[in-house]
Design a binder for this molecule. Structure first.
Ligand SMILES: C[S@@+](CC[C@H](N)C(=O)[O-])C[C@H]1O[C@@H](n2cnc3c(N)ncnc32)[C@H](O)[C@@H]1O
Length: 264
C-alpha cells in the first residue's frame, strides 16, 4: 500500500484511521452488532442528517443495481437493500465492513460487500454495470479522489447516475475548523478531509460526468457535550434563529455539497 511521500498521508493512514473508529459507531449505546444497536445508529444518523434519505432517494432504486463507494458500517446500505435495490457496497476499512456484513445478516438482507480501495475498483467490479454509483462523505477522505471518479465512470451504466456528497469549502463548518472551534470528524487526527467549491467539483468530474444538480445542506446545530450524551439541544445562536433563516444558512453554508451527475 502507498504510505504517501513527503509526509503526505497515504491510503494506509486512511485505513488505520477508519479502522480505529468506524464512522458513526458511537451512534448507539446498545450492544454493538445487535438489531437494537443498528436501529439506534440509523435513527440517530437520519435525525442528525435528515437530508440523506431525500438525497439518496432509496425507493427510487428498487429493482436497480446500486454501487456504494465507502459504505462504512452500512446505514445507507441497508436502506438501499430494504428499498429493493440490488446492492453492492465497498469500503477500505475491514472493521467497518465487518459491521456492515453483520448488519445485513441481522436484518436478513441481501447485498454484496467488498473490502477494497475505491481508487482501484475495476479489479473487483464489472464495468458499466450499475444504475447508481453512490458515495456519501467518502471521496474527500482518499488520497486520489480523481481515481475514484474514474472508477465510478467505468462502473456506471451509460444511462446511470452518480450521487456523491463532498465537504463544502464555503461552509459554516470549514470556518469553525479554520478558527479552531471544530474538527472535520468526531475523532481527531483524520488524515485527509478535503473541501470543495462548486468549481473544484466540476474539475474533479471533468470529462467524465456532467453535473445535473449541486446544492449545499447540513449545519450541525447541537451543543456537542449534550449530543455526546444523546441529548439534542440547539446551540443558543441557532435556537434564537428563525427556522427559515437556519434553512437559508444551510443552503448557503452547509457542510455537505450534494452532487448529482450523469456520465458523459
Ligand atoms: C465518513 S465515513 C462515511 C461512511 C458512510 N458513507 C456513511 O455515510 O456512514 C468515510 C468512509 O470512507 C471509507 N473510505 C475512505 N477512503 C476509501 C477508499 N479509498 N476506498 C474505499 N473506502 C474508503 C472509510 O473507510 C470510511 O468508512
Amino acid at each position: 500500500m502507498d504510505m504517501g511521500t513527503n509526509n503526505e498521508p497515504g491510503i494506509a493512514d486512511v485505513l488505520g484511521y477508519w479502522n480505529r473508529r468506524p464512522c458513526n459507531i458511537r451512534h448507539s449505546r446498545k450492544d454493538v452488532g445487535t438489531r437494537e444497536y443498528f436501529d439506534e445508529v440509523e435513527a440517530r444518523k437520519y435525525r442528525v442528517e435528515p437530508h440523506i434519505p431525500e438525497f439518496a432517494s432509496f425507493a427510487h432504486w428498487s429493482g436497480r443495481r446500486v454501487l456504494e463507494i465507502g459504505c462504512g458500517i452500512g446505514t445507507d446500505a441497508v436502506s438501499f437493500a430494504r428499498a429493493g435495490a440490488e446492492y453492492t457496497g465497498v469500503d477500505l476499512s475491514d472493521v467497518s465492513l465487518a459491521m456492515a456484513r453483520r448488519r445485513f445478516e441481522v436484518f436478513g438482507l441481501d447485498g454484496q460487500l467488498f473490502c477494497h480501495n475505491a481508487e482501484q475498483l475495476d479489479a473487483v467490479v464489472a464495468p458499466a454495470s450499475f444504475d447508481l454509483v453512490y458515495s456519501f462523505g467518502v471521496i474527500h477522505h482518499t488520497p486520489q479522489p480523481r481515481a475514484v471518479i474514474e472508477c465510478a465512470r467505468r462502473l456506471v451504466k451509460p444511462d446511470g447516475e452518480l450521487r456523491i456528497m463532498l465537504y463544502a469549502r464555503h461552509s459554516w463548518k470549514a470556518i469553525m475548523i479554520e478558527e479552531g472551534f471544530d474538527q472535520p470528524e468526531a475523532q481527531s487526527g483524520c488524515p485527509i478531509a478535503l473541501t470543495y467549491t462548486p468549481e473544484d467539483v466540476r474539475r474533479l468530474l471533468d470529462g467524465l460526468f456532467d453535473v445535473t444538480e449541486m446544492r449545499q445542506a447540513h449545519i450541525f446545530p447541537y451543543v456537542i457535550d449534550k449530543y455526546l450524551r444523546y441529548e439534542y439541544e440547539l446551540q443558543p445562536w441557532f435556537k434564537a434563529m428563525p427556522t427559515e433563516l437556519f434553512a437559508a444558512l444551510e443552503r448557503k453554508l452547509g457542510w455537505h455539497l450534494l452532487v448529482v451527475a450523469r456520465p458523459i
